[in-house]
Design a protein around this ligand. Structure first.
Ligand code: DGL
Length: 254
């Protein structure tokens, strides 16, 4: 494996860019290859078998063609459905997403924590194990964010419709006295300005992406795969669908 090879990242669409930006911030010398499976988005209500099939197809591209040295499954839903399969099938390090339930449970004062994620993530083994291990003493309010991924994907994160859905999902959690909101889907960090209009500064919003970037750095270092070539970092973006929102968000991210 070459240390100058890119880090591969993929998501059902543009959401994984919220993880990509943290990886690039922490590891400015690394090349990256990002794959948005926008033609098959959303993954949230797909069967695990279908997500495994899409993931293998994406691996043909990221590992087979781009020769990536490590893969970030920058999608909570794909992590829940496919990461065990990917780790068992391909001989390189994988980093997946895990809803940040642990820090929320550790720091909650009210003892009530909200989690916003897709239906697929709530059904996953990983999520339930995390709850059992870290959140036994806490009341967890699970809210599927139906419709939100589609809005972010079509470039409508700031729309009235997004605000309306977020009101519907978050207001009841605020009434139940949550003090932390865990974002369990990589599309949702793009909704933080809209979420803040509802919550103000009353609660802590948790996005696991910075912790995922730390894990990437740790694994690269442990496997002697940090890029030491000194070349300027190259970032390439690919999509099975339309690149419009991806371009838009990249511009926003600067
Ligand atoms: N970004 C994906 C996640 O983190 C969205 C899933 C979907 O496409 O529904 O779960």
């Amino acid at each position: 494996m070459r240390s100058s090879a890119p880090i591969g990242l993929f998501d059902s669409g543009v959401g994984g860019l919220s993880v990509w930006r943290e990886v690039v911030k922490l590891l400015p010398h690394e090349h990256t290859a990002y794959y948005a499976d926008s033609a098959y988005c959303p993954y949230g209500q797909k069967q695990p078998g279908e997500i495994i099939e899409r993931s293998s197809h994406i691996m043909d591209f990221l590992i087979g063609q781009q020769q990536c040295k490590l893969i970030v499954v920058a999608c909570n839903t794909a992590t829940a459905a496919a990461i065990d399969y990917l780790r068992a099938t391909y001989p390189l390090p994988f980093v997946g997403m895990e809803p940040a339930v642990k820090p929320a449970a550790l720091h909650s004062v009210t003892g009530v924590v909200g989690v916003l994620a897709t239906q697929g993530t709530f059904k996953g083994r990983l999520y339930h194990e995390t709850l059992e291990r870290f959140a036994g003493h806490i009341q967890i309010l699970e809210q599927p964010g139906d419709g939100l991924v589609e809005l972010v994907e079509s470039g409508h994160a700031g729309s009235k419709e997004a605000q309306r859905l977020l009101e519907k999902y978050i207001r009841p959690m605020l009434r139940a006295n949550i003090d932390h909101l865990v974002l369990g889907c990589t599309h949702y960090p793009f909704l933080i300005p809209a979420i803040r209009k509802i919550t103000g500064d009353r609660i802590t919003i948790l996005n696991p992406a910075p912790a995922v970037a730390q894990r990437v750095k740790f694994l690269l270092s442990q496997n002697n795969l940090l890029n030491a070539s000194g070349d300027e970092a190259r970032h390439e973006f690919f999509s099975s669908g339309d690149l419009k929102t991806l371009r838009q968000l990249l511009q926003q991210l600067g």
